[in-house]
Write a protein that binds this ligand. Structure first.
Ligand SMILES: CC(C)(COP(=O)(O)OP(=O)(O)OC[C@H]1O[C@@H](n2cnc3c(N)ncnc32)[C@H](O)[C@@H]1OP(=O)(O)O)[C@@H](O)C(=O)NCCC(=O)NCCS
Length: 144
């Protein structure tokens, strides 16, 4: 049974030591902590029997917002948990009266692009070499 709740600093501290090994290596603890504590950020965490198996967050810049990250624990990927998190992020954004959800995704990140396509995000531009040697695809979901 999965529970999705607001992510707290305690949640982050629970995964602090396994953040890179179990989740991914693009955010370190201190960047994550300051994001979590920012007034414009909203983070969700998904738990399986109290164990954190994914998290996702947005940063609001009214009337729009950016998806900052959406990450599922490695062993739990491709089982619908990313979809669960994204659905909740979309609901949360709607409840905040957000008009557009934006994100950047590495053009080589097929799983993430599949997830965003599934929810109706549309490609709006390319940012050249945004990630070291790879381009970023900028995507948008119109919530109105
Ligand atoms: C991107 C990510 C969050 C997706 O989470 P997930 O739990 O695996 O996603 P889901 O199981 O809900 O799958 C969503 C859709 O993408 C597709 N998908 C998932 N993994 C895939 C893969 N490896 N290759 C192709 N398609 C894939 C699924 O088929 C699914 O579509 P469907 O429901 O029509 O079958 C996860 O792969 C992840 O944590 N990646 C590392 C972090 C990352 O890159 N985050 C995004 C950028 S911040």
């Amino acid at each position: 049974m999965y529970d999705i709740t607001k992510m707290t600093l305690d949640d982050l501290n629970n995964i602090k030591d396994n953040l890179i090994s179990d989740f991914d290596d693009f955010w370190n603890y201190s960047v994550f902590k300051s994001e979590l504590e920012s007034d414009s950020s909203h983070y969700l965490v998904v738990k399986d029997n109290s164990k954190i198996i994914g998290f996702a967050g947005i940063k609001v810049t009214v009337p729009d917002c950016d998806i900052m990250n959406i990450v599922v624990k490695k062993d739990f990927r491709n089982q619908g948990i990313g979809s669960l998190l994204l659905k909740e992020l979309i609901n949360l954004s709607k409840s905040l009266n957000i008009k557009n959800l934006f994100l950047e995704v590495n053009e080589k990140n097929t799983p993430a692009i599949s997830l965003y396509n599934k929810f109706g995000f549309k490609k709006i531009s390319i940012r050249k070499n945004y990630y070291k040697n790879n381009n970023a695809i900028v995507m948008r979901l119109d919530l109105k």
